[in-house]
Design a protein around this ligand. Structure first.
Ligand SMILES: NC(=O)c1ccc[n+]([C@@H]2O[C@H](COP(=O)([O-])OP(=O)(O)OC[C@H]3O[C@@H](n4cnc5c(N)ncnc54)[C@H](OP(=O)(O)O)[C@@H]3O)[C@@H](O)[C@H]2O)c1
Length: 270
């Protein structure tokens, strides 16, 4: 990580909070700088606390340099004790889906600055992507700190307008599920072509895994270039792509799905 905070409190060490915690420790954030608050920590987190000696559920804590909110969104309203943890010098990074910067500011009025982030599930394997929006008053150093902490679990993209976080949610936040569904559809199509269901499922899964890995490793090439490189004129891939890129093909379907996700994200953000 580019810069380490002198002190960091992580509120909520569930799936996403736990993944970020592990990534920070792996990248050398000193355990002594970390306090984790979670009323019912998992066994894995309790063991990690013992092994790497960060503080788990300290009885009292002063306002840290960075407070990361990774609790369930609905827990924010009940977590009155969090307000005392956000002092005038505290950068608050919230990953709470559907909670706007104004929602967080109302709960943590003394916070120095607030950055809202929308990560996605592959963060658990260090290959996530997070969209970030900063409160207008956030300093360059605070934005850089938020970027550095979120980058521990993958790529980071800033958006200028917080409202675009709903669009980020519709594309990358929910996106992994779309790709998993693609693997399911591919498996079903294989079975319909006569392959044993198990074989079709293995082929579909390995294809999505391999294509994702190839895309990852081919940093200089766009997805379109990779697609074109495996599509010979008049060949089998071209025959399938003619259907997928047709008027009622995949593009309008994905656009519709993303719009539905956007509408839902907007409704949840209130
Ligand atoms: N998972 C994702 O892919 C994803 C993607 C984007 C954003 N997010 C956001 O990330 C946040 C966490 O999601 P998650 O999937 O990691 O959920 P999770 O696994 O349920 O983790 C939430 C953790 O916070 C703990 N907690 C609840 N109230 C607390 C409090 N007052 N103080 C400290 N800890 C508290 C919970 O404990 P209990 O279990 O005992 O309640 C749980 O361990 C959510 O706000 C979600 O919107 C998640």
């Amino acid at each position: 990580m580019e810069s380490f905070p002198a002190s960091l409190v992580l509120a909520g060490a569930g799936k996403m909070g736990g993944a970020m915690l592990r990534a920070w420790l792996d990248r050398g954030l000193p355990p002594g700088a970390i306090s984790v608050m979670d009323p019912e920590p998992s066994e894995a987190i309790a063991k990690l606390a013992t092994d790497s000696s960060f503080t788990l559920n300290p009885p009292t804590t002063t306002a840290p340099q960075v407070l990361v909110l990774a609790i369930k969104p609905q827990a924010l309203d009940e977590a009155a004790s969090l307000a005392a943890l956000a002092g005038p010098k505290t950068l608050v990074i919230s990953i709470l889906a559907g909670k706007t910067i104004a929602n967080i500011r109302a709960r943590l009025p003394d916070a120095g600055a607030i950055v809202r982030a929308m990560p996605n599930l592959p963060a658990a394997v260090g290959r996530g992507v997070a969209g970030l929006a900063a409160e207008p008053g956030a300093s360059t150093a605070q934005r850089a700190m938020a970027e550095s902490l979120m980058a521990a679990t993958g790529a980071v993209v800033f958006v200028d307008d917080e409202r675009l976080i709903d669009a980020v949610t519709a594309i990358s936040g929910s996106g992994p599920a779309y790709v998993f569904y693609l693997a399911e559809c591919l498996a079903e199509a294989g079975a319909a072509l006569g392959l044993p269901a198990e074989v079709a499922a293995r082929l579909a899964r390995a294809t999505v895994e391999g294509a994702g890995e190839l895309l990852f490793q081919s940093r200089g090439q766009t997805p379109a270039q990779l697609r074109e490189s495996v599509t010979s004129r008049g060949g089998t891939t071209a025959a399938a792509l003619e259907v997928l890129t047709g008027e009622d093909g995949l593009a309008p379907l994905i656009a519709r799905a993303a719009r539905a996700a956007l509408r839902r994200a907007e409704a949840l953000s209130g």
